[in-house]
Design a protein around this ligand. Structure first.
Ligand code: CZF
Ligand code: MG
Length: 186
């Protein structure tokens, strides 16, 4: 692969730190950040990510990466999904637990979809990654909904783990693996 500088368009500093930590180990890829709050349409996560990537590339005018992250409750057939940001803001960790109080099934999955395009007018490639787990009362301190998500087979929530441990199993790292493979074949 030829060395490439890619712009990751996100307003989320924690996402940026995780992506930089993981991509930093890959030779030939440099990441720059552009902090724009992109409009996100409603719909399926894939469609939201495709449109977000397309809009971001119009502003970057070159190779562009974005990602969109969902938290999906199985009892609610995948909701809040891509709308988790608003749910979290309005209801908090406690409210998200309360939503599931009437259901026995607390299982959930976290999902990140990375979108990549060479630039405006070029094809958008999507790279999804998931982590299965369940929703628990909050434990630990880290951003977003990490304190209430406990991955399957783990005793800790994402927020209680070291960043390195989260990055070995997370939705984001699994999605990023697909993007890295794609970039390395270019
Ligand atoms: O506990 C978490 N662990 C994570 O690994 C994670 N990744 C994202 N989030 C949160 O889930 C919503 C996604 O919305 P989102 O994808 O639109 O992100 P965003 O608006 O913050 O940034 P961006 O759209 O500019 O990239 C936002 O509330 C994020 O804070 C996470 N929470
Ligand atoms: Mg967003």
């Amino acid at each position: 692969m030829v060395s490439k500088t890619l712009t990751f368009v996100t307003g989320n500093k924690n996402k940026l730190a995780e992506v930089k930590a993981m991509l930093g180990k890959v030779e030939g890829i440099e990441i720059e950040n552009h902090d724009v709050d992109l409009p996100e349409l409603q719909g399926e996560p894939e469609d939201i990510c495709r449109e977000k990537t397309r809009l971001a590339a119009e502003s970057i005018k070159g190779p562009t990466i974005v990602e969109d992250t969902s938290l999906c409750f199985n009892a609610l057939h995948g909701l809040p999904g891509p709308y988790i940001k608003d749910f979290l803001k309005k209801l908090g960790h406690e409210g998200l637990n309360t939503i599931l109080a009437g259901f026995e099934d607390k299982s959930a999955y976290s999902q990140t979809i990375f979108g990549y395009t060479d630039g405006p007018g070029h094809e958008v490639h999507l790279f999804p990654g998931r982590c299965q787990g369940r929703i628990v009362p909050p434990r630990g301190n880290y951003f977003g909904w990490d304190p209430i998500f406990q991955p399957d087979g783990k005793e800790q929530t994402f927020a209680e783990m070291s960043h390195e441990e989260k990055n070995t199993i997370s939705h984001r790292s699994r999605a990023l693996a697909g993007l890295i493979q794609f970039l390395q074949q270019m």
